[in-house]
Every structure is written in structure tokens, then in C-alpha cells.
Design a protein. Structure first.
Length: 411
């Protein structure tokens, strides 16, 4: 089986995902995808007719984000019409999954050059035709009875309560995320992969991260009101079912303390990212220099009711597949969907905090759902190179109680 080499990665800055506030909110989602695809083609002088596939993660595939965003973005980017495209949805894990599938295509010998990535404009959420979240689908009572799936924010509070993780620890990690992101931005650690977004008329839309709040303090975080208490007890239908009821159906007697809020939860943003992968043979024949290779990949499922707990078993599985231990990994990226996800990941795996999300995470930078996995792979590769280190592990929770994972090895 062939290796899959990472030749290059790039990503857009993340814009605030709200109409009237975000600099990318007036763009079309496929334009964000086209921006990174065009950058990859130009930076690496690739023959786009030889791109076997473009695989994008996009979680909300309705409204402007429908219609196979990957294919349309490639066409807008000027790719040869012989380059195909597909779009997938593994909720938050879509971006990692798209890169993993790209790598599988190459490792199997099916393709020589594939691009994996993702694009998500959360500013489109709520538009006509945008999806209602699956946990609000009152029509599927059979699934609700078997596997009730509450809102992720209520799940985060439930997990923190079960694990004995207090508000102070969650806020402390959120503060560190903001500090790390501010340090990375001020020192240019993101510059290698960041590409600006221009509007169709040629004017600059955004060339820097828009969401971070470097002024964040522990005192300010402590003053924020927990966000998900009202949501936990709001009746979803005439039966009176609530998100709290759903959790108690599986975990009777659990006392949920609400601790998550806007400051220690992931930010609502727009963004896109892409990773160019080839076979070693293709890269050598075309003068391409690899930056990394895919060492191992996996997928993991866990309790869909708690929803956010699969990253730890996913990390253990991908390490086993790679024949590595925790101590072998130089850097970790665990998506900060909520503070408890990263805090539990660090505690359960007994990680050195100085190796985890060293340039900040989604609490500071934002989480453009289907794109985030590709952004994290880009971020960890840049940092491995900057530190002259070798191995990085990336994973993230996804709705439905899932987590994809990947280990890359810098070359």
C-alpha cells in the first residue's frame, strides 16, 4: 500500500459567522472553497486535470451550501473540468474525514492526487432552506427512544457534571486558548497557510482572524452567565420532552450544573481549508516536495446521548494503529467544541498541556463546522515545522457521538 503525502495546506481566516457583523458573511460558501483551492493550485503549480477528486466536508448542506459545494468550488477556482468533486457530512468531524478519504484514495492506488478539505459559512444558518438540527427532529421518535440526542451545549454541561470538572477549570482553559491564539497571531505563526479572501469585485474581504478576543480575562469569563440552562428545560413538543429529559432517560439521577457559556464554547464563524495530498510516485515525478505523510487514521463512535466523548477512544485507537504511544506525539489538536471536550481529553490521556492546542483553539478562533478538521491539520503541520518536531495527532468530537482522528508525520 502506498503512502499518502501532504504536499501543502492552506486556509482562509475565520470571519464572525453573523450577518452584519462578519466580513465573510456576504460571500458565497463556494467562493470560500474556491479561494483555498485556487491558492493550492497556484502555490504548487499543479495540473488540475490530474486532481482525481476534491473532497470537502460541509455539515449544513442546505440553502447556499447545498449542491455539492466541492465540485462547484473547484469549478469556480478554475480547475479543469476533468477534476471531480464530492461533499460529505460527518457533522463537526467532516473536515478530518475529507482528508482521511483523500488519503485512502491515494493509499489504495485509486488516485495519484486528491484534495481534502472543507468549507462552512455559519452565517448562512437560519436562512430559508437551512437545516434544522437533528436533535430537534421531533418526527423520528423511534430514534429518540433508542438514542436521545440533546443539544451539544447541554451535553457539555452534563459531561462536566459527571466528570467533576468545575467552572473554574473550564474558564481557565478558555483563557489559555485566547492567550495562545493571540501569541500565535502576533508572531505570525499562521501566516504560512493563511490566504486572504477577496470579493468577486477584487476588493479585500478578510485577511486576518476576526473572532479572537485577546482582551479576555479570567474575571470577565467568570462574569458570563451559563448559556444552556434555559435550553435544557425548554419543551420541544407537545409531549413536554426536554433536552434534560433526554439525558436523564439514559443517565437517571444526574444533577446537571450549567457551566458553559459564550466564552468557553466554540465560536460561530465562516471559513474554509484544504489539504493537497499525492502519492510519493506522483510527487517525485512532478518535482513536488512533501511536507508530511499520513501515519494513521481512524473513526470512533461513543454514546450519542452525551455526544462529545469519542475523541479519547479515537486517540487511543489511532495511536494503536500507528504503533505509537502518547509519549511519541509531539503536538495534539483537539477541537474546542466546548471547553469540557479539551479538558477531559487532556485529563483522560494525562497529556502535557504544553503540547495541546498550542496556538489556541475554537474557543478563541471559532469552529466553521465542516472545515475545522482541515484547518487543524494545517495548523498542526505548520507548528511541527516551526518547532522542528515530527508527529501530530488531530481529533474532534462530532454530533451523533463520533470522532475521526489522524496522525501526521512531518517529512
Amino acid at each position: 500500500m502506498s503512502d499518502a503525502w501532504i504536499i501543502d495546506t492552506c486556509r482562509t481566516p475565520r470571519g464572525i459567522g453573523k450577518k452584519g457583523k462578519g466580513s465573510l458573511a456576504d460571500q458565497h460558501p463556494q467562493h470560500l472553497g474556491a479561494t483555498v483551492l485556487k491558492a493550492l493550485a497556484e502555490r504548487n503549480d499543479i495540473n488540475t486535470a490530474e486532481v482525481g477528486d476534491v473532497i470537502f466536508g460541509t455539515s449544513s448542506q442546505r440553502g447556499r451550501q447545498s449542491g455539492d459545494l466541492a465540485r462547484m468550488a473547484a469549478l469556480e477556482a478554475g480547475y479543469d473540468i476533468r477534476s471531480s468533486g464530492m461533499t460529505l457530512d460527518r457533522f463537526c468531524g467532516s473536515g478530518i474525514t475529507s482528508v482521511n478519504l483523500a488519503a485512502m484514495n491515494i493509499m489504495s492506488g485509486s488516485e495519484d492526487m486528491v484534495i481534502g478539505g472543507g468549507a462552512e459559512m455559519m452565517s448562512t444558518y437560519g436562512e430559508e432552506g437551512a437545516p434544522m438540527s437533528p436533535f430537534l427532529d421531533n418526527g423520528n421518535l423511534a430514534l429518540r427512544e433508542l438514542h436521545p440526542q440533546p443539544h451539544q451545549g447541554v451535553c457539555a454541561d452534563a459531561i462536566a457534571s459527571m466528570e467533576g470538572i468545575d467552572r473554574e477549570a473550564l474558564d481557565a482553559l478558555a483563557f489559555v486558548s485566547q492567550q495562545n491564539a493571540a501569541n500565535a497571531i502576533s508572531n505570525g505563526y499562521f501566516d504560512k497557510s493563511l490566504v486572504p479572501v477577496y470579493s468577486l469585485d477584487g476588493t479585500l474581504a478578510l485577511d486576518k482572524e476576526e473572532f479572537p478576543r485577546p482582551q479576555t480575562s479570567l474575571e470577565g469569563l467568570a462574569e458570563l452567565k451559563a448559556s444552556f440552562a434555559p435550553m435544557a428545560d425548554y419543551p420541544l413538543d407537545d409531549s413536554g420532552i426536554t433536552f434534560r429529559n433526554m439525558i436523564l432517560q439514559k443517565y437517571p439521577g444526574l444533577e446537571i450544573t450549567h457551566m458553559h457559556h459564550a466564552g468557553n464554547s466554540s465560536g460561530v464563524v465562516d471559513g474554509a481549508g484544504a489539504v493537497l495530498l499525492t502519492s510519493p510516485e506522483y510527487a517525485k515525478a512532478n518535482g513536488m516536495k512533501p511536507r508530511a505523510r499520513i501515519r494513521a487514521m481512524c473513526n470512533m463512535g461513543d454514546c450519542p446521548t452525551l455526544m462529545l466523548n469519542a475523541p479519547v477512544p479515537a486517540a487511543k485507537r489511532v495511536l494503536e494503529k500507528a504503533g505509537l504511544t502518547i509519549g511519541d506525539i509531539d503536538l495534539f489538536e483537539i477541537n474546542e467544541a466546548f471547553s469540557v471536550v479539551a479538558e477531559k481529553f487532556i485529563r483522560d490521556l494525562d497529556l502535557d498541556r504544553n503540547k495541546v492546542n498550542v496556538n489556541g483553539g475554537a474557543m478563541a478562533l471559532g469552529h466553521p463546522i465542516g472545515a475545522t478538521g482541515a484547518l487543524l491539520i494545517s495548523t498542526i503541520l505548520d507548528e511541527l515545522e516551526r518547532r522542528d518536531q515530527q508527529l501530530g495527532l488531530v481529533t474532534m468530537c462530532a454530533a451523533g457521538g463520533m470522532a475521526p482522528a489522524i496522525i501526521i508525520e512531518r517529512l
